[in-house]
Design a protein around this ligand. Structure first.
Ligand SMILES: Nc1ncnc2c1ncn2[C@@H]1O[C@H](COP(=O)(O)OP(=O)(O)OP(=O)(O)O)[C@@H](O)[C@H]1O
Ligand SMILES: [Mg+2]
Length: 520
């Protein structure tokens, strides 16, 4: 390590000097106390998980550590020295790297360009030396076991690969501390396993890692220590060896959490959704859904298991009117709704929890109340003869915020001020309360904390019991297994199996998801 860099940790540093330290951090957003008296110590070579309910203040804390937010109180120390963190540039100069949940990559540029961007090796005349950049990237990637194709265009890569590029971007700037805010939320189980391997390798090399996740299994498998936050404060620091998933959940939420869904046997009746020989193309015009047929009956949950990228997204988008179907039919209660508009489909009684909440779920600048009635503001009692009835909107919004435990100071706040998981709760609250015949739920609990997952799952089962047909698409096999009455496995745009949930083994599903023997 370069001894002239004042902020790097000398190899001889006593283990007691943390790589990164937050001391007494406080941060308010108007009336919201996002962080209060927060202390965090991250040692060299340590994987430190940061855990807490939606809105607990995790992202706020790491954004302060990375210089994106300015703390109202407290101090950030790097290798024992207090530092002023006014912008990410300061953080990078102190060898702190961050991988954001929403990637900051430039889609049309290559992997190498993205990695060296802002720090590029130049020819004497100031042009980017692409060959040298590619060589450097390959060298870096090999060193950390993060294989990437330096000349591939970022937008062509699967998310797991894009995330590698983000990590390499941080490592290229020689990060001694790597902060990752919910890095596994969008990854497939396979990509997650690969990422965890990479992080272990980095920690073994001495990198200090701060890792935010809602998945307790990952914390147990990966973390050396865990700091738990609740309501803007640290409630404690523990280690996987000292606790278990239930213990972590209780520490987070302050009560014991049922990690299993309680439900009785389904009593399905008539088919609500019938999909016949559906063909849908992906955004590049290639077949994504390839002759798929399925049926969801009133009073049952059909779970679709599959590795992401096997047509799930295109299936859901075609069913909800967001994407054109090239062939086949979609029947709702016997009526043809193939290629109807999203609004028509919604008005016919289809609720949709979309996979991409930033794109389809919320209108960020609008109030939380408006977002909660986005699919019904034009109907009674929220509007009468075209005139908005604010009191009715507010009453419904207050009820949903309380029921779904949306953490916000006010229903008048803009939706974009919510923490990631609370945004998802607003969408779930709206879609699960609209009195639909069919609920299409894509990754409905992505980014939601364990306590709220419990609630959303209960609500989905309650809907089922009221006779709603539920189509669940999830990358979480555990979610599929615990909620579904029947399970379909999707592979390359086709359902390769559909069976009663009780009859399918986890391992068999896993094999079919990857096109294994059982699929035929
Ligand atoms: N830019 C902002 N403006 C207003 N309020 C904000 C802003 N950023 C965060 N908050 C509020 O601060 C609190 C903490 O939010 P934060 O994003 O840190 O939570 P989190 O622990 O990361 O939650 P999640 O698990 O849902 O991502 C929340 O109440 C949130 O609404
Ligand atoms: Mg967050």
């Amino acid at each position: 390590m370069d001894a002239t860099t004042p902020t790097s940790v000398p190899a001889t540093a006593p283990a007691t000097v943390p790589a990164l330290e937050a001391v007494g951090i406080g941060k308010r957003f108007g009336p919201v106390v996002a962080n209060q008296g927060v202390d965090l110590r991250v040692e060299r070579g340590e994987i430190h998980a940061l855990l807490g309910e939606n809105g607990a203040g995790k992202s706020t804390l790491v954004n302060i550590l990375f210089g994106l937010y300015h703390a109202d109180e407290g101090e950030v120390r790097v290798a024992g020295t207090p530092v002023q963190m006014d912008s990410p540039r300061d953080a990078i100069a102190h060898r702190i790297g961050m991988v954001h949940q929403h990637f900051q990559l430039v889609p049309v540029l290559t992997v190498a360009e993205n990695i060296v961007l802002g720090d590029e090796p130049t020819h004497r005349r100031g042009l980017l030396d692409l060959d040298r950049a590619a060589d450097e990237v390959v060298e870096l990637a090999t060193r950390y076991g993060l294989e990437v194709d330096p000349r591939a265009t970022v937008e062509d890569l699967p998310v797991g690969m894009q995330q590698r590029v983000e990590i390499l971007r941080a490592l290229y700037r020689q990060a001694d501390v790597l902060i990752l805010d919910e890095p596994t939320a969008v990854l497939t189980p396979q990509e997650t396993d690969q990422l965890l391997e990479v992080l272990r390798g980095l920690a073994a090399d001495g990198v200090a890692i701060v890792f935010i996740t809602h998945k307790l299994r990952e914390v147990m498998a990966l973390a050396d220590r865990v700091t738990v936050m609740r309501g803007g404060r640290v409630v404690g620091t523990t280690a996987p060896s000292e606790t278990d998933e239930a213990g972590l959940a209780e520490m987070m939420v302050g009560r014991s959490v049922v990690l299993r869904v309680a439900k009785t046997e389904a009593r399905p009746t008539d088919a609500v959704l019938e999909v016949r020989d559906l063909h849908v193309h992906d955004s590049r015009g290639r077949p994504a859904v390839d002759g798929l047929s399925l049926e969801v009956r009133a009073g049952e949950i059909l779970g679709i298991a599959g590795v992401e990228g096997n047509g799930q997204r295109e299936l859901v988008e075609a069913l909800t009117g967001l994407r054109h179907a090239h062939g086949g039919t979609v029947l709702l209660g016997g009526d043809d709704i193939t290629n109807a508009t999203p609004r028509t489909i919604s008005e016919r009684g289809v609720a949709h929890v979309p996979e991409d909440r930033e794109k389809h779920g919320l209108v960020g600048p609008h109030s939380i109340a408006d977002n909660l009635v986005l699919n019904r503001y034009f109907r009674s009692p929220y509007a009468r003869r075209g005139i908005r009835h604010a009191a009715a909107v507010d009453e419904e919004a207050r009820r949903l915020v309380a029921d779904f435990d949306v953490r916000t100071a006010s229903i008048a706040s803009p939706a974009r001020s919510l923490s990631g998981g609370n945004k998802q709760k607003v969408i779930a609250a709206r879609e699960l309360s609209q009195g639909a015949r069919l609920l299409v739920a894509a990754q409905p609990t992505r980014g939601i904390d364990v306590g709220s997952i419990e609630f959303v799952h209960q609500q989905m089962v309650a809907q089922r019991d009221e006779g709603v047909a539920v189509l669940l698409v999830s990358a979480e096999l555990d979610e599929i297994l615990s909620l579904s009455d029947r399970i379909g496995v999707i592979f390359k745009g086709r359902l390769v199996a559909v069976a009663d949930a009780g009859t399918l083994e986890r391992t068999a599903i896993g094999r079919m998801m990857t096109g294994g023997a059982d699929a035929d």
